[in-house]
Design a binder for this molecule. Structure first.
Ligand code: ADP
Ligand code: MG
Length: 384
C-alpha cells in the first residue's frame, strides 16, 4: 500500500470514519552547505520524493488525537497540554509542538484526529521531523481555516521543534520541506532567510542523486555538534565579526593568521570554503552545468573529513566507493557522525554505484547501507 493509502487506512481503522483530507510533506536532503547554517551562511537543500502523509478530520471536542503507524498507540492531548512544552513527550511532541506554535502565534487551532504514515526514514538525517511537523501544520491550517500565509510556515514549524520538542535546529529543514519545488534546489541565506529557487534539472541532464543511508551508529553526535558550534562562535568573536559568514575566501588567509590554534583554523577554513562552494554550486546550476557541480560536492566532503572532522569510516567508505564507481561527486550530507551520503550519478548508473557501495561495506564488515535514487520533488501539499 502506498503511503497516502496507509494514512487513510490507519485513519479509518483508528477512528471508524473517513478523513476530511490528506496532507503530504517530503523529507529533504542538503545538496551542499554543511555547518554553514549557524554561521549565518548558505545552504542548498532539495525536497525528496519520499513523503509523510497525515490523514485528518476535525474533532468537535477541541482535543487532538494522533496515531502513527510507527508506534500504534494513539496519543491524545488538549490545548492545556499543548500550551506547556514538555507535557506531551516522545514522537507526539512534534505534533503537539505544532499546535503550541500555532496557538502561541495567536491562532484558534481546531481539535483534530490525525493518522500519520511515512516513507521518510526516521532519524537518518532526511528530516522526517520537519516532514511530520509540516504535514500536521498544513492539515491544521486547512481544517481550521487559519489565516497563515505559507511564507510563515517554516518559522512556525521550526519553533515547534526548537521550543516544544527541544531540538536546536536551524530553519533549513522546514524551509526545504515546505518550499521545495520539483526540479529545483532551494538556495537559502541563513542570515537574511531569503530564499531562491535554483533550477536543478537532474532529469534533463540524464542524472540522478543517489542517497546512501550510512546506517552508521550516531557516535556522540550531539556533543560534537555543540563543540563545533562553540569553536565557530569563538573564532568569530576573535576575528571581530558577527558570524563566520562575514569572512570570505579572499580574506581567509588573513583571518587564519589571526587564530592561534590549528584546530580552530581548520574549523574556520571549512566554514568559509563551504560557503563559497555553495555559491559556486548555485552559479553552475544557474548556468545549467549540473554535472560540473560534482567536484564541489567531493571537495565539500574532503573539507568535512579533514578540516571539520565530522565524518566516520562508514561515510568515508561510501563516498570513496561511489566515486570509484563513477559518481561525478559525492559527499556526506547532514550534521555528521552518521546519517547519509549523496552522490551525483548518471541516472542509468545509479544501481551500479549503489551496488559498489554495498560491496565496499560488505568488505569492511559494516551493516549494509540503504540506497535510494532521487530527483528533486515538491514541498508540502494537500492531496486530492
Ligand atoms: P530526522 O529528522 O533526521 O529523521 P530527528 O531525530 O530530527 O531525525 O526526528 C526523528 C523523530 O521525529 C522521531 O524519533 C519521531 O519522534 C519523530 N517522527 C518523525 N516521523 C514520524 C512519524 N512518521 N511518526 C511518528 N513520529 C515521527
Ligand atoms: Mg530532524
Amino acid at each position: 500500500m502506498n503511503v497516502a493509502d496507509r494514512a487513510t487506512a490507519g485513519f479509518r481503522q483508528r477512528y471508524g470514519t473517513e478523513p476530511a483530507g490528506r496532507w503530504a510533506a517530503p523529507g529533504r536532503v542538503n545538496l551542499i552547505g554543511e555547518h554553514t547554517d549557524y554561521n549565518d551562511g548558505f545552504v542548498l537543500p532539495f525536497a525528496l520524493p519520499l513523503r509523510t502523509v497525515v490523514a485528518a478530520a476535525p474533532a468537535l471536542d477541541g482535543r487532538c488525537t494522533v496515531w502513527s503507524e510507527l508506534d500504534g498507540e494513539p496519543v491524545e492531548f488538549g490545548a492545556a497540554e499543548a500550551d506547556e512544552p514538555g507535557r506531551v513527550d516522545g514522537w507526539a511532541a512534534y505534533v503537539a509542538g505544532v499546535v503550541w506554535a500555532l496557538r502561541a502565534d495567536g491562532h484558534d487551532v481546531p481539535g483534530a484526529r490525525l493518522a500519520v504514515a511515512s516513507d521518510v526514514p526516521v532519524g537518518s538525517g532526511l528530516s522526517s521531523s520537519a516532514a511530520i511537523e509540516s504535514a500536521v501544520l498544513a492539515a491544521l491550517v486547512d481544517l481550521g481555516g487559519l489565516d497563515l500565509p505559507a511564507g510563515r510556515w517554516p518559522r512556525l514549524a521550526q519553533r515547534a521543534e526548537n521550543d516544544y520538542v527541544g531540538a536546536p535546529t536551524g530553519i533549513m529543514d522546514q524551509s526545504a520541506v515546505i518550499r521545495g519545488r520539483a526540479g529545483h534546489a532551494l538556495f537559502l541565506d541563513c542570515r537574511t532567510e531569503e530564499v531562491e529557487q535554483i533550477p536543478f534539472d537532474l532529469d534533463g541532464a540524464g542524472l540522478a542523486v543517489l542517497v546512501i543511508d550510512s546506517r552508521a551508529p550516531h557516535r556522540h553526535a550531539d556533543g560534537e555538534y555543540a563543540a563545533r558550534r562553540k569553536s565557530c562562535e569563538q573564532a568569530a568573536a576573535t576575528l571581530g565579526v558577527t558570524a563566520l559568514r562575514d569572512v570570505d575566501v579572499t580574506g581567509l588567509d588573513a583571518a587564519l593568521a589571526r587564530l592561534d590554534d590549528d584546530e580552530t583554523r581548520r574549523r574556520v577554513r571549512h566554514v568559509v570554503t563551504e560557503n563559497q562552494r555553495v555559491l559556486d554550486t548555485v552559479a553552475l546550476l544557474r548556468a545549467g552545468r549540473v554535472r560540473d557541480t560534482g567536484p564541489l560536492l567531493t571537495a565539500s566532503h574532503a573539507s568535512m573529513r579533514d578540516d571539520f572532522e565530522i565524518t566516520v569510516p562508514e561515510i568515508d567508505t561510501a563516498v570513496e566507493a561511489a566515486l570509484s564507481a563513477g559518481a561525478y561527486g559525492a559527499r556526506m550530507t547532514g550534521g555528521g557522525f552518521g546519517g547519509c551520503v549523496l552522490a551525483l550519478v548518471d541516472a542509468d548508473a545509479a544501481d551500479a554505484v549503489a551496488a559498489a557501495v554495498t560491496e565496499a561495506y560488505a568488505e569492511r564488515g559494516f551493516t549494509a547501507p540503504g540506497t535510494l535514487t532521487v530527483l528533486p520533488a515538491g514541498g508540502v501539499t494537500r492531496l486530492g
